[in-house]
Design a protein around this ligand. Structure first.
Ligand SMILES: Cc1cc2nc3c(=O)[nH]c(=O)nc-3n(C[C@H](O)[C@H](O)[C@H](O)COP(=O)(O)OP(=O)(O)OC[C@H]3O[C@@H](n4cnc5c(N)ncnc54)[C@H](O)[C@@H]3O)c2cc1C
Length: 480
């Protein structure tokens, strides 16, 4: 049997790649990546500079890995729903193998591709998630809206019957059949897409991801519970972009956690639960595709986010640039622009600040994060923003407003996170680093800080902003 293995951006690996393994077992294999203008036109690429850099490195690494196994990754430009059926017919393949996508536009694309393929079957494997999206239902047969029962159902289903083990990388691939000829394209360079290389980003490619995974499970995972929330410590796995682009599979990451940590231990449960949060966001989007456009809570649909023209635009710009006058919020903004990543706690604080302190629509923050996060993922980012704004599936209650000062004091106690990303405050004493406006003039002078000049004064006052948000939300929710 001859199969077209369609790699498509969320499975850029050769290990634990079910479509590839299935294809090899059955005969001829034609590996393909389509350079779809949906992502690879310069206009689109410029909207995702960090992800594009990481993606190009990852495709290059996949190409090298496939070549080392004795085959060749075909790179073909064009719209996927045209290129794939066209090549499938030209190469006379019996089936097209790929991994399932959760997002509505990925599903729509797959339907289009299947329709155009006619009798050639598009066979989708689960790869993005541990369990097939849509597989879990509540006792009443409904869709889960709350994390904890979802997590329990997930554990029951996956832990009790995890299915297959992660698949090994193949030892070799059959050479491309001789009659396979396509109009191949070169892999675009960053420069050809109008982008410049950012040396601060993590490196793409399966090998780099595997090294990160190994490093994390060798030691830091043991202190995950204590350090994950600390913005000043490297407590997380930093595997989010690797999971996003499928450089390692979530099944492998889950299995690695199981091998390094004792069953039932607190760090193991905690880490697994984060992977289940990931599952929750993908499953939720699968069952409710409208979440990409609307809040989960219908009563938040017409929420009176600020639309006061220039003033809201200016606040949004300050938030994006890291000039709000709240050190931890500014550190998050600058970390994002600089290295395409934001610590999870800092994401929550920054998102809460934008939506609650500034009363700005979560969708504007969501778009900004999606643009600059290397791990920018439609399902997880949307869930994170809706959670923070208080309008999502099992979101933090809308009336809980993070205090950026106390959050900073608790999760960045010596201010190392702020010092790194907001260097103009680097010399402040830890006592005042999260609230420089409280510092005595001699402290500010010693640290070389002039508020309003070298570092902004707060653009809103915390207590007043909190009252404004709560009053607005209460009034709106009472009227719906
Ligand atoms: C406003 C906001 C936006 C977010 N946007 C994204 C996004 O676009 N892409 C993304 O991968 N994560 C997103 N997250 C979730 C989380 O912040 C990141 O997954 C995490 O910071 C990545 O660091 P890590 O790999 O060290 O995570 P670890 O703590 O090591 O967690 C392991 C893995 O679990 C998953 N995970 C962890 N926390 C969450 C969570 N709360 N929700 C869903 N999955 C989780 C990630 O895949 C992560 O790599 C967002 C959170 C918020 C509050």
């Amino acid at each position: 049997m001859r199969s077209l293995v369609w790699f498509r951006g969320k499975d850029l690996r050769i290990t634990d790649h079910e479509p590839l393994t299935r294809a090899i077992a059955d005969g001829d294999v034609i590996p393909l990546f389509v350079l779809d203008p949906y992502f690879f036109s310069p206009e689109r690429a410029r909207q995702l500079p960090h992800r594009m850099q990481f993606l190009l490195e990852s495709i290059e690494s996949l190409r090298e890995n496939i070549a080392a196994l004795g085959s060749r990754l075909l790179l073909v430009s064009g719209k996927s729903h045209e290129v794939v059926p066209e090549l499938a017919r030209r190469f006379r393949v019996e089936r097209v193998l790929a991994h399932r996508w959760t997002e509505p536009f990925g599903r729509a694309r797959d339907e289009k591709v299947q329709a155009a393929l006619g009798s050639i079957k598009l066979v989708l494997s689960e790869g993005e998630t541990l369990l097939r999206p849509g597989a879990l239902r509540t006792g009443q047969g409904g869709v889960f809206s709350v994390y904890t029962p979802f997590m329990r159902a997930h554990r029951k289903a996956y832990v009790e019957s995890p299915g297959r083990k992660p698949l090994r990388a193949p030892a070799r691939l059959p050479a491309l059949p001789e009659d396979v000829e396509a109009d191949e394209s070169a892999l675009p360079t960053l420069a050809s897409l109008g982008l410049t290389h950012n040396p601060e980003l993590l490196r793409g490619g399966e090998r780099a991801a595997r090294e990160r995974m190994k490093a994390f499970f060798n030691a830091p995972v043991k202190s995950y519970v204590e350090t994950r929330d600390r913005m000043d410590l490297a407590g997380g796995s930093r595997l989010s972009q690797d999971l996003k682009f499928g450089l390692v599979s979530v099944r492998e990451v889950w299995t690695a956690a199981g091998m390094s940590l004792t069953p039932g231990s607190v760090p193991r449960e905690k880490f697994e639960n984060e992977l289940i949060w990931r599952e929750f966001s993908h499953h939720s989007l699968w069952d409710r595709p409208h979440l990409l456009h609307e809040p989960f809570r219908a009563d938040f649909k017409d929420f009176p986010w600020r639309r006061d023209g220039k003033s809201a635009e200016r606040d949004l710009a300050w938030w994006k640039e890291g000039k709000t006058g709240y050190p931890v919020v500014d550190a998050a903004a600058r970390q994002l622009l600089h290295e395409g990543f934001v610590h999870n706690r800092a994401r929550m604080i920054a998102a809460s600040f934008l939506t609650k302190h500034l009363l700005i629509d979560y969708k504007l923050g969501e778009v900004h994060y999606l643009r600059y996060l290397t791990d920018g993922d439609w399902a997880q980012n949307n869930a994170g923003w809706q959670w923070s704004a208080g309008c999502g599936c099992d979101a933090q209650p809308y009336f809980r407003v993070f205090n950026p000062v106390t959050q900073g004091e608790r999760f960045d106690p010596d201010g190392a996170y702020v010092r790194r990303w907001v260097p103009e405050l680097a010399m402040m004493r830890a006592k005042y680093i999260h609230s420089p406006w409280d510092a005595p003039p001699e402290d500010l002078a010693r640290a070389g800080v002039t508020l309003g000049k070298t570092y902004p004064r707060p653009i809103v006052e915390h207590a007043a902003a909190r009252v404004r948000f709560l009053a607005t939300a209460k009034k709106h929710l009472a009227s719906t």
